[in-house]
Write a protein that binds this ligand. Structure first.
Ligand SMILES: Nc1ncnc2c1ncn2[C@@H]1O[C@H](COP(=O)(O)OP(=O)(O)O)[C@@H](O)[C@H]1O
Ligand SMILES: [Mg+2]
Length: 352
């Protein structure tokens, strides 16, 4: 091969989005492209000549696949292999091994999580629409009789001979007002929230204030804000409600001496549903409570799913619906001691 053609092939490999490695018979790394460096989080310089399983221990499980490919002298693909990376991150890959003429092995790693994520998001969003219809239907059903209830209590109050009894009608009226405010916040003025440039840190500070009033004394609320995040189009009351629901759940999960972190970040090029955004805001509500069992994770956003005796199971579906109306999405990941609810919000205006 001429030098220029060799250089061209090298250039192509270097720019390939798929992670490619060349392994010697003892599985030491002979070459890795930048996509492999970024996927495996090791630099090529550090990797060259080092056995692969020393760099990424979870790749050692692929040993038998390497042997299989070598014995058959044909490509072999191991599907959906989970790789544990530094910093307790993990990715799922399809790994294709192809024996080369000189006894080396070509390894291609294709990351799957992104695809899995997107199909899961679409599923989540379809599910949200159904929940949203259910909630706004319910809200309308509650709102109509509520007016009558309140009016009747007011008439009764005027008729009551004994002022002591007015305490009871006062409760009816007060609770009717609270329900109406709740229902209105679920519906928005005309079913859609009004979007205005909103500082998400102001929203979070309000949430923190409200939680601190309710919180047990031992609870710590940390802030980890990215101050460079610009205002985003949002209905701040609805965002407060959504984040309040998440933070209150975190507070209920951690107990007396727990810790909650409110964190903000930005993320470039992020797809929510079918829309690709150039920039999204990411708000994490992190707690060190016992976490959510994996078998429950898929269900917690459904209405009426609760593990608490006094729970309603409606906090998360409402939060998801409110964030959804902003063109955003809430996701959750959880392990004991580290539960993260992530609110993704587009930075550009959206029509919901
Ligand atoms: N941060 C968290 N840690 C542990 N479990 C949680 C957390 N957030 C939510 N959950 C689980 O999700 C369930 C549903 O939450 P939610 O919809 O707010 O309803 P509720 O708070 O009324 O139970 C909770 O009962 C709890 O089991
Ligand atoms: Mg709740």
């Amino acid at each position: 091969m001429s030098v220029t053609i060799q250089a061209q092939y090298h250039e192509m490999l270097e720019h390939l989005a798929t992670a490619v490695l060349r392994l010697a018979p003892d599985t030491s790394v002979g070459y890795m492209n930048p996509a492999a460096e970024s996927l495996l989080q090791v630099s090529a310089r550090q990797a060259l000549g080092t056995p692969l399983q020393r760099l990424v221990p979870s790749l050692a499980a692929l040993d038998y696949a390497v042997r299989l490919a070598r014995e058959r002298d044909a490509s072999y693909t191991e599907r959906e292999h989970r790789l544990e990376l530094a910093g307790s991150q993990s990715v799922t890959v399809d790994c294709t091994l192809t024996p080369l003429a000189n006894g080396d092995m070509l390894m291609e790693l294709e990351q799957l999580d992104r695809h899995l994520r997107i199909s899961r998001e679409n599923h989540l969003i379809a599910q949200n629409h159904a929940i949203q219809e259910l909630i706004s239907g319910l809200a309308h059903e509650i709102k109509n009789p509520l007016g009558g209830l309140r009016g009747a209590a007011q008439l009764l109050q005027a008729e009551l001979p004994n002022p002591d009894q007015r305490e009871y009608t006062g409760i009816i009226i007060g609770e009717a007002d609270r329900l109406r405010a709740l229902v209105n916040s679920m519906l928005g003025p005309d079913g859609r929230p009004t979007m205005e440039p909103t500082n998400i840190h102001r929203v979070l500070e309000r949430v923190r204030q409200l939680i601190e009033v309710e919180a047990p004394t031992g609870l710590a609320i940390r802030r980890d804000y990215d101050p460079s995040i610009p205002s985003i189009p949002a209905a701040s009351d609805q965002l407060i409600q959504a984040l309040l629901n998440l933070t209150r759940n975190a507070m209920e999960a951690v107990g007396e001496a727990g810790c909650i972190t409110l964190q903000t970040r930005t993320q470039r090029r992020f797809t929510i549903g079918n829309t690709q955004h150039s920039l999204v805001a990411c708000i994490n509500v992190i707690d060190n409570g016992p976490g959510i069992p994996p078998e429950s994770l898929d269900r917690i956003f459904y209405p009426m799913i609760t593990s608490r005796a006094e729970g309603t199971g409606i906090g998360l579906p409402i939060a998801q619906m409110l964030v959804n109306q902003h063109g955003g999405l809430i996701e959750c990941s959880s392990e004991p001691g580290h539960t993260v609810f992530t609110v993704w919000l587009p930075m550009e205006a959206t029509d919901g």
